[in-house]
Design a protein around this ligand. Structure first.
Ligand code: ATP
Length: 359
């Protein structure tokens, strides 16, 4: 069933390249005015899915609908969908203004209309002062804004962006993430952004589809994916997670040497199955003398501390657990505890903050 406000519906879409299934029966709905991120590791099929929506790939099975109309076989330039190309695709011999006007000139729009639409987009993307420069006289971030303006001036129903900030350094990237989100919000156009960077997806997107091997591992709001990951893959890809390996039991996971660690379960897990209890670093409290009442508590030794401004990350070697457990404290908590490498501590977390997950 199509949601009332959905702009694009991807319905059971598959795309194969020879024996490889790049996109495998994917279904998705993109809402009106939504900022949607396709996230996942390299090769999971996110670019192929974007190209299917753009019309540069034709599915082997399934359909793509736009406003309820089947556009599966419509050519790219007949779709009210625009793909933003990387900034190196700008015309080097043309000014910013001419680069942005180009698409409208190709459509043979009246001169007055072109002039006013270009002026609007220049203002919106804060490029007015740079309108007469050529791309080689712009910074990387400015060039990226021109590429964006060039795609937006055509007023697409949906704008598709493939790693739009990929070429920028970290600081500029973080700044542009916020700018992009603000611009999308002002325009109210549906954006679909491909990224492999989970932080970027969490910062920008209203909704995320996390892909793995051509299928959607989970789709939901950033908070849903972070707080309620459906699988170990999702918990590991979104944010940092500690995994305690063991066997599923009633109410939690039995971990060698620690007995039952309580947690809330994902559905469909049978007793005795190999699973992990996932716990986020910020959910763990440290205590020095003994475990806290009402908590899961495991003992270990502090291996390392790393300062990150407001937070301190501590690595704790928990008895019998291979990988050190990451604990994130605020600087104030850490100062109060006066934690040092080599100290014996207890890691404590409430049962509801442990999640029983399998792959
Ligand atoms: P990345 O982040 O590395 O760009 P991605 O998630 O965007 O990865 P896709 O580019 O969609 O992944 O590719 C998915 C799979 O399909 C990969 O294994 C890729 O090698 C393969 N593939 C993509 N396009 C083609 C093609 N035209 N011909 C053959 N194989 C392809």
């Amino acid at each position: 069933m199509m949601r009332q406000d959905s702009v694009i519906e991807v319905d059971g879409v598959t795309r194969r390249f020879g024996s490889l299934t790049a996109v495998d029966g994917v279904s998705l709905e993109l809402g009106e005015g939504e900022f949607f991120a396709l996230l996942g590791p390299s090769g999971c099929g996110k670019t192929t899915l974007l190209r299917l929506i753009a019309g540069f790939e034709i599915p082997d099975a399934g359909r793509i609908l736009l406003d309820g109309n089947d556009i599966t076989r419509l050519r790219p330039n007949r779709r009210p969908v625009n793909l933003m190309f990387q900034s190196y695709a700008l015309f080097p011999h043309m000014t910013v203004r001419a680069n942005i006007a180009y698409g409208l000139e190709m459509e043979k729009r009246p001169k007055d209309e072109i002039r006013s639409r270009v002026a609007d987009i220049l203002a919106m993307t804060e490029l007015t002062a740079l309108a007469d420069r050529k791309p080689d006289k712009l910074s990387g971030g400015q060039r990226q804004r021109v590429a964006l303006a060039r795609a937006l001036v055509k007023r697409p129903r949906v704008l598709l962006l493939d790693e739009p900030l990929g070429a920028l350094d970290k600081k500029l990237r973080e700044q542009m993430q916020l700018e992009l989100k603000k611009l999308q919000h002002e325009l109210g156009i549906t954006f679909v952004v491909v990224t492999h960077d989970q932080d970027e997806a969490l910062v920008m997107a209203d909704r995320i589809a996390l892909m793995k091997d051509g299928v959607i591992a989970q789709a939901g709001s950033p908070r849903e994916l972070y707080e309620n990951p459906a699988s170990r893959f999702v918990a590991g890809f979104i944010g940092v997670t500690n995994f305690f390996e063991g066997r599923a039991a009633d109410g939690g996971v039995i971990v060698d040497g620690h007995g039952l660690l309580q947690g809330t379960g994902a559905t469909g897990i049978a007793a005795g199955e190999r699973v992990a209890l996932a716990v986020r670093p910020e959910r763990i409290a440290l205590s020095r003398e003994a475990g806290l009442a009402g908590h899961n508590a495991v003992a270990g030794d502090i291996a390392d501390l790393a300062y990150h401004g407001q937070d301190v990350n501590l690595l704790v070697r928990v008895d019998g657990v291979d990988r050190p457990v990451m604990v994130r404290l605020t600087a104030a908590e850490e100062e109060q505890g006066n934690f040092q490498p080599g100290q014996r501590v207890w890691c404590n977390w409430r049962p509801e903050h442990g999640r029983v997950l399998k792959d």
